[in-house]
Each structure stands twice: as structure tokens, then as C-alpha cells.
Design a binder for this molecule. Sequence first.
Ligand code: TXA
Ligand code: MG
Length: 316
Amino acid sequence: MIGTDVTKAANLLSQGKLVAIPTETVYGLAANGLNPEAIAEIYRVKNRPNFNPLILHVPHIEAAKKYVTHFPIEAEKLAHHFWPGSLSILLPKSAIVPDIITAGSSHVVLRIPNHPITLNLLNQIDFPLAAPSANISNTVSPTSAKHVDEGFSNQIEYILDGGNSTIGIESTIVSIENGNVQILREGGISQEFIAQKTGFNISSEPTKTIQTPGQLKKHYSTQKPLYLVESIIDFLKENPKKNCSVLYYEYHDYPSEHTYYLSENYNLSEIANRLFTTMRLADKDASDCIIIENIKQEGIGRAISDRLNRAKSNLE
Ligand code: TXA
Ligand code: MG
């Protein structure tokens, strides 16, 4: 059932049930983050491998500090600038965080989402929310209550409707090691923006010591093959028999039959905002495949590129 009753959502979560929640990035499939049985249900319903840990969502910094053994000065600065918001921080977990959240790791990822309804919910309950994106594993992440409903139909009792996610792409995940802030997953807040606000020298080279086990190579897939190409014009010339939907980053003079504009003028925020919805639309139209060009590697273009590279199929 889809609705806007925060008290109902809070009650269900308190009883150990799953509730889908809106966030500014994507919708999450939430459970009481201190209740291992409820969390196990997330893995089951999502068909998520048990080695892929979950993000813990909290209402404010004081709450975040309860779930870590150490909140370094760099985390203070990041939280000051970006919380609530699309930044998730990996920190050493305290003993009260169940191992099932972190898939056995000594570190937990924390975030304060920037969505008024979910912040209201988090403030009504006395536990944090474990929540991955509210999609079946290996499908496109949901950016509306309707998307969640399409994926799970009757499997979750309540979907809290908070409208369309405004960012449209998952949060950026960072780690902090010996004062170095590193990007573990590109997302809604760009590396450049973090550096600009904090003055940190951000590295995107993954460390050897900290892994993001959930960063599976193939992810976010559409049902139809999605081809990530250098040039749409060349692709159409070389593959005249293919009937593909075309996703453009800017206005184009020669639209083909199934054409979608992610932006009219290559605006990266707009592209991120429309990407998952458009992938879903193209998946349902009468075409046989989807084509999209490589995106520029700057700002959140890197996060978009990451998602497209995990979604793509190879041309035989
Ligand atoms: O924007 C978001 O981050 C959304 C909303 C709902 O908050 N959540 C989300 O969760 O995208 P999920 O589970 O789809 O992706 C979380 C990623 C996974 O790749 C997972 O492996 C990684 O975060 N992760 C979570 N906890 C971790 C940990 N303790 N150590 C390493 N990686 C972790
Ligand atoms: Mg996900």
C-alpha cells in the first residue's frame, strides 16, 4: 500500500516490518537497524547477497555518533557541510550495530537523508533505519513510490510516498583513513564539490584496505540490452537493423522513433534526476534495446557514468 502516513510507517517499523521510504537520492527499503530479524527480511525480499552491507540512516549527528567508536574531525566537517544530504560516510562501527548490517565488516556506512518526510519519520522512532535502495537486486533503483510498487508489488506492507526523488542517483560514499577522504562510490554529491566545500584533497583511487563489497560489476540493469556507445549516430549507421530507444543528453535534430531527452542542454543534475525514470520508460516501450552515449567525466557525470557502466550490455 502507498500512503503518506508517517505514524503508520513508524508503527510498522517498530513491529519489525519493512517500509519503503523516500529520500532525495532514491527510495530505500527500510527496517529497524537494531533488529537483526527485520534486517534479514531486507536481504530476503530484495534477493540481495548477504555479503553486501547496508547503509544506516539517522536523524542527526548525535545519533550518528552512537553507532561509531570514533567520529573523526574530517567526518565532523563533512557532516557540517553535507548532512542532511547525499553523502554517506564509512566509519568504525560500535558494538550496538548488528553485524548483519555491515555484512561482518568492522565499519558501518552512515547517512542523514535530506527528505522532510523521512527526517520526520527518523525523529519519531528511537532506532536508526537500515535501508538499501528499494529495488530487487540488480534492477534499476526507484525514484518514486510507483517504481517501488512495481518492483515489490505486495511484498512490502507500506510504501511511504514522498514524491519523486530530487537528486535521482544514490548517495556518494566516502571513507576516512588517516585523515584521507576517499570516494568509495560516486553519487549525488561530486568529488569536486566536496573538495571545494571542505578543502580536502579527495582521492577516488580505492584503497587496498577498505573494500566496498557491494560494488558489483553488473548492477542497475534494464531488462533490454543497454548499449553505452561513443557516438549514437555511428551506432545507428553501423546497426541499421537494431530498433533501439535513444537517450540523449541534449536536444538533437534527428530524433529516432523512441527518443528521450535526459536534458535539453547537457545539464548533469537534470540528467541524474531523469536517468532511472527514463531507463524504466525505455525498458517498457516497443523498442528492443537502449542506446546512450558515454557521458563527460566531470562532477556528477562520474556517478552517472558509473551507473551506466554497470548497466551496460556488450554488443555481440
Ligand atoms: O542514496 C543512497 O545511498 C540510497 C538511499 C536509500 O540512502 N541507498 C543505497 O543503498 O544506495 P544500497 O544498499 O543500494 O547501496 C549501498 C552501497 C552498497 O554498494 C554497499 O556495498 C555499500 O554501500 N556499503 C554499505 N555499507 C558498507 C560497509 N560497511 N562497507 C563497505 N561498503 C558498504
Ligand atoms: Mg542499490
